[in-house]
Design a protein around this ligand. Structure first.
Ligand SMILES: Cc1cc2nc3c(=O)[nH]c(=O)nc-3n(C[C@H](O)[C@H](O)[C@H](O)COP(=O)(O)OP(=O)(O)OC[C@H]3O[C@@H](n4cnc5c(N)ncnc54)[C@H](O)[C@@H]3O)c2cc1C
Length: 386
């Protein structure tokens, strides 16, 4: 019997919803399976906002992908009746000797000729009085930085996928998958039955490690916390029209980031530490945010963001990063089963790329290759020796 579907997308979160969208719009028969509901809070796509920026400190090699991601977000924006992207400007700040982020962003900007401005501390304080950067600090500002609304982005991709004919099944977890040894065909079993397809995209985020256990990949899952504070001072400084997204590297090397206030709930300024928390699993993660954690993030705001330093904590949430050891992505065919495509783990910085990742997944599922530069994200670098 020929397989029922062209591609099964396992996981309809950030990357899976985008993969289903692109494949369905190319006329492929798609089955999407999601263990929870659409745009839920138990993965990596909740919390109202994600940063998007172009001068990429992590590596200039990401810039071409980001250009495509911006184009595709603009196309998706409003397509399902809600905005997914807001350009606010973005500033990377380095304090003391902590220059890794500003240097890396500058390198990307120079290599790719990206418009940017380098600012000293006095200039940052003058233009953005919400950020009291101490003397000696520096910043890189880029106008194109902004916010993606993650729940709206996932919903819009799902909406477009369904409109193009994808069959999307929620609250139906994939329990196991099998690939035919011949290289064509996969079977995926859920509590409701077994489905067959030519291709499988595994986009399970923090839930992926057990599904890929046979590969012995060194993937880890990290708990990270988001905090929303209500400004007590000049609230207007944090409006979407006046406040850029920011990333702020501290003298101890940790980095924080944050957003303007986004209308809706929770209403407040969201800030967080990046890549800072214990290793967990989706089953063991502690979803309670503790007073000492709140005290620690307040410590960051106290001198630096006086208008929110005394603000009430109005909400908090935990979220999971799925990390590779080098913190770059994983997007590749399974080393033994070319019909199975491994998508993500995106090491806590993948959301902004999701629109382009959907296109890449569709290319790999249809043709086994893509024009996009994904060589650095290959599985080979992660496989245990032998
Ligand atoms: C606190 C936080 C802040 C972040 N900030 C940024 C940012 O500012 N900018 C940025 O670019 N990135 C950011 N990221 C990273 C970004 O959100 C992630 O890289 C991205 O969301 C990962 O997408 P994913 O599709 O791999 O995971 P998810 O979006 O979690 O999707 C995986 C999906 O698979 C489903 N699933 C799992 N197992 C099964 C199964 N067996 N059967 C069916 N379905 C299954 C899950 O329920 C889930 O819906 C942040 C992440 C966190 C946690």
């Amino acid at each position: 019997m020929p397989p029922t579907y062209h591609t099964i997308v396992l996981g309809l979160g950030t990357m899976g919803s985008a993969a289903a969208y692109h494949l369905a719009r190319r006329g492929r028969r798609v089955l999407g399976l999601e263990r929870f509901t659409a745009a839920h809070t138990l993965g990596a796509h909740h919390g109202q906002s994600r940063i998007i920026r172009l001068a990429y400190y992590e590596d200039p090699a990401y810039v071409p992908l980001l250009r495509r991601a911006y184009e595709l977000w603009q196309e998706l924006d409003g397509s399902a009746g809600e905005p997914v992207l807001k350009i606010t400007g973005g500033i990377m700040i380095g304090e003391g000797d902590s220059r890794r982020i500003v240097r890396g962003a500058t390198r990307s900007a120079q290599e790719h000729g990206l418009p940017h401005e380098l600012l000293d501390a006095a200039e940052i304080r003058r233009r953005f009085p919400q950020f009291q950067v101490p003397d000696g600090g520096i910043g890189l500002y880029e106008q194109i930085g902004g916010v993606i609304f993650p729940e709206a982005a996932v919903r819009s991709h799902l909406h477009g996928a369904a409109a193009a004919g994808a069959e999307l099944r929620f609250e139906e977890p994939a329990l196991s998958w099998e690939a035919a040894p011949s290289g064509d065909g996969v079977r995926v079993t859920t509590p409701a039955g077994t489905y067959t397809a030519e291709r499988l995209v595994v986009a399970a985020g923090a839930y992926a490690p057990p599904l890929l256990a046979e590969l012995g990949l060194p993937l880890t899952v990290q708990r990270n916390v988001l905090y929303w504070f209500s400004p007590t001072g000049r609230r207007e400084l944090f409006s979407l029209d006046r406040c850029p997204i920011f990333i702020w590297e501290l003298p101890d090397g940790r980095s924080t980031y944050g957003f303007p206030e986004i209308p809706g709930s929770p209403q407040g300024v969201k800030i967080a530490y990046h890549n800072f928390g214990p290793l967990v699993t989706p089953e063991t993660i502690d979803r309670t945010v503790h007073p000492h954690e709140v005290a620690d993030i307040r410590n960051f705001t106290s001198a630096r963001m006086p208008d929110i330093a005394q603000g009430e904590l109005i909400a908090s949430a935990t979220c999971m990063y799925t990390l590779t050891p080098d913190q770059h992505f994983l997007m590749d065919a399974h080393p033994q089963h070319p019909q199975v495509i491994l998508c993500s783990p995106c090491s806590g910085h993948g959301f902004k790329f999701a629109s382009a990742v959907g296109e890449i997944m569709a290319d790999l599922a249809e043709h086994g290759r893509t024009r996009h530069p994904i060589a650095p994200f290959g599985v080979g670098r992660l496989l245990p020796p032998g």
